[in-house]
Design a protein around this ligand. Structure first.
Ligand SMILES: [Zn+2]
Length: 462
């Protein structure tokens, strides 16, 4: 069975057939680097990390580019506030983004292009659009002429007249049609700018992605991804630019993949509702792999509801896996021969069906607990390990997991160890009343203990 993906362009699930199976290309729109990213951005990045991992299982080479938008009016405003160069802002938040990705356990993309390092490519792409009659210069700006493209709106399924009637479009003297969008705009002396055939200025938002794709990945790429909030105008405009800038017939991207948004306890996340969650705050509060499991647990095309219950469920799945890992240390896992043939992987091949895939993983842990002999356990352990390695979860030592989840007011690890030592001595001295009292005291303080041949193991209650 091969990969099936939902294509936003056709609105259907389709078999994934790359243009060149020896070099699969994927581009995902990255962050505008002027602040820390929120939990919803973390979800999007983790969904595409999963897709990248699936593609890498199937194809020998996957070129995955994710850009940094490092020139933008919001960045300019943040820099102006500090009276600093924009690089002071962008360097800081690029580093923060990379740290957040590593904390989430996401792989590095093969390419991380920055807009400011592609100004020459952006200018050439704009020149090609002008030459081909799809863009025009006006009052220091260059605009894409939406009327020049017969099927503008086909990705987001909008038509130009409805857009003008319904949307708050910016009517400006330099635009021929109010829907025309900016490819290049003039910069005053106090703003970052580059010399161009249209005077000193800076790129509009959409053009950088098109220019970087053409430069690094090719005229037609296999997969273009991002959040569903980018469908319009960003991806629609990218598609227009990428289709019109040359004669290629393959289109701009074969498959458009969009992840849905993230709600908090059933409500849209927004600063005005006071429920806005910065990703790194959540990563400071919860184990990183718990956040990763939670972000992957909903189907990527469904809105995800971030809730206490979701955190609880994710912890419970990891607890089960770590329990197996801890209690089966003496069982050698049977290696998995072909990962992609596992039922877990088959669920992912069906348009990244993570809810079903996680259900398979959960069922494997059930089977392990019910297994009747070591051979069955070895096989199940092998499968569970292969899945966890693929997902990049449950990579800690079991004790680090069970003992590491400390919240405020919790008993410290040192104190637990001291009490366990005291209990050991009490048992040695046949003072069983004291030994039991220590067990009860630990239980009352949220710590479970278990006596094994290797000594007493302990864990905190989730
Ligand atoms: Zn983009």
């Amino acid at each position: 069975m091969s990969l099936v993906l939902h294509n936003s362009l056709t609105g259907k699930k389709e078999p994934f057939e790359p243009l060149d199976p020896n070099r699969v290309t994927m581009y995902v729109c990255g962050p505008t680097v002027y602040n820390y990213i929120h939990l919803g951005n973390g979800r999007s990045a983790t969904v595409f990390d999963l897709l990248y991992r699936v593609l890498k299982e199937l194809y020998p080479t996957v070129e995955f580019a994710r850009n940094f938008t490092d020139v933008d009016d919001k960045i300019n405003a943040a820099a102006a506030e500090l009276n600093a160069e924009i690089s002071v802002i962008t360097d800081k938040y690029i580093a923060a983004y990379d740290e957040d990705m590593a904390a989430l356990g996401n792989l590095e993309p093969t390419l991380k292009p920055k807009a400011t390092e592609h100004i020459g490519d952006i200018i050439s792409t704009i020149e090609a659009l002008i030459e081909r009659g799809h863009a025009y210069a006006s009052e220091g700006h260059v605009l894409f002429a939406v009327d020049s493209m017969a099927d503008y709106g086909k990705l987001s399924k909008r038509n130009i007249d409805d857009m003008i009637a319904g949307a708050r479009v910016e009517v400006a003297s330099y635009k021929k049609n109010p829907m025309d969008f900016v490819l290049w705009k003039p910069s005053t002396d106090d703003l970052p700018g580059w010399d161009s055939p249209w005077g000193r200025g800076r790129p509009g938002w959409h053009i950088e992605c098109t220019a970087m794709i053409q430069k690094h990945l090719g005229e037609t790429i296999d997969i273009h991804g991002g959040g569903s909030d980018l469908l319009f105008p960003h991806h629609e405009n990218e598609l227009a630019q990428g289709t019109c800038c040359s004669d290629h017939s393959g289109g701009y991207a074969k498959y458009w993949v969009h992840n849905a948004m993230l709600d908090i306890e059933g409500e849209k996340m927004s600063k005005s509702l006071g429920n806005f969650i910065v990703l790194r705050d959540m990563l400071a509060e919860q184990p990183h792999e718990l956040v990763r499991v939670a972000l992957l647990s909903a189907h990527y095309r469904s809105n995800m509801n971030w809730s206490e219950q979701l955190i609880h469920q994710s912890r419970s799945l990891l607890d089960r896996i770590y329990t197996i890992k801890r209690d089966s240390a003496d069982i050698a896992a049977t290696p998995v021969e072909n990962f992609i043939e596992l039922p877990f992987a088959q669920m992912l091949l069906d348009d990244l069906n993570t809810p079903k895939a996680f259900a398979v993983l959960h069922e494997l842990t059930n089977q392990f607990f019910k297994a009747e002999n070591a051979e069955q356990q070895a096989k199940l352990k092998g499968e569970i390990e292969a899945i966890c390695n693929f997902l990049n979860i449950a990579q800690l030592e079991p004790n680090a997991w069970f003992q590491g989840q400390v919240s405020e007011g919790d008993i410290s690890a040192e104190e637990v160890e001291a009490l366990i030592e005291e209990r050991k001595q009490a048992k040695k001295n046949k003072d069983f009343a004291r030994a039991d009292a220590i067990r009860e005291e630990l239980a009352a303080r949220g710590v479970q203990i278990k006596d094994t041949r290797e000594g007493t193991l302990w864990s905190r209650e989730g």
